[in-house]
Write a protein that binds this ligand. Structure first.
Ligand SMILES: CC(C)(COP(=O)(O)OP(=O)(O)OC[C@H]1O[C@@H](n2cnc3c(N)ncnc32)[C@H](O)[C@@H]1OP(=O)(O)O)[C@@H](O)C(=O)NCCC(=O)NCCS
Length: 187
């Protein structure tokens, strides 16, 4: 299966992202698979995801007509558009990276979600979409931030491998869940 890495080209790509996201949501995936292969936590409003991709297209992996994976470019201007992520942005307002506050620095963005379709896992697609994201946005941005549940051990491992470092760890008391804020610095 040849896999090609590109940026979102058309609204149809966004529809495919929404479908893959729904398939992998923590409410859909059975607990055993979630533990072994991970899960997604955010469900985007379609109109918001389309707008995000018109502003800054996300990186995708395609194999023929099939979406093999994606990682989402979420610019800071969308911080109020995805309510479940607002606490994360508020936390970022209080954090620093390499001695500089994140607040007021326009040279970072959030990777809003990464997912590899089940048939394509363990084949380098994760690295491929992230490298596409870096190639597209490193000229304009110094680093990318995201957060990962410590329960998602596979995702934690893959992010470390690609080059992410942990900036902050916190507990979400409501769900009794530990989260890591991670950063991939491109400078
Ligand atoms: C998480 C995900 C994006 C990773 O993509 P992938 O193609 O499966 O990742 P890879 O196989 O390249 O890398 C996984 C790494 O974790 C390791 N791994 C595999 N299963 C693991 C497990 N249960 N626990 C810990 N590490 C695990 C692999 O060995 C590999 O590490 P290595 O390179 O050191 O060998 C993909 O599994 C996925 O889409 N899962 C569902 C959605 C999701 O969890 N998204 C991330 C939300 S933060």
């Amino acid at each position: 299966m040849t896999v090609e890495y590109t940026l979102v080209r058309a609204p149809h790509d966004v529809e495919q992202i929404l479908a893959l996201q729904a398939e992998n949501h923590r409410d859909t995936v059975d607990p055993e698979t979630a533990q072994r292969e991970g899960f997604t936590s955010v469900r985007h409003e379609p109109s918001v995801l389309h707008a995000m991709n018109r502003a800054y297209p996300s990186a995708i992996a395609v194999s023929g007509d099939v979406l093999a994976g994606y990682c989402l470019m979420m610019a800071q201007q969308f911080r109020h558009a995805v309510p479940i992520l607002e606490p994360m942005f508020s936390l970022f307002d209080r954090l620093e990276w390499r001695g500089e506050p994140l607040a007021g620095n326009p040279r970072w963005f959030v990777m809003g979600q990464v997912c590899v379709a089940r048939a394509f896992r363990g084949q380098g697609v994760f690295d491929g979409v992230y490298h596409k994201l870096r190639d597209a946005y490193a000229p304009q941005f110094d680093f990318v931030l995201t957060e990962i549940s410590q329960r998602n051990t596979r995702s934690m491992r893959a992010h470390q491998r690609v080059g992410f470092e942990t900036l902050h760890v916190y507990r979400d008391p409501a769900a009794d869940e530990m989260w890591e804020v991670v950063v991939w610095d491109w400078r």
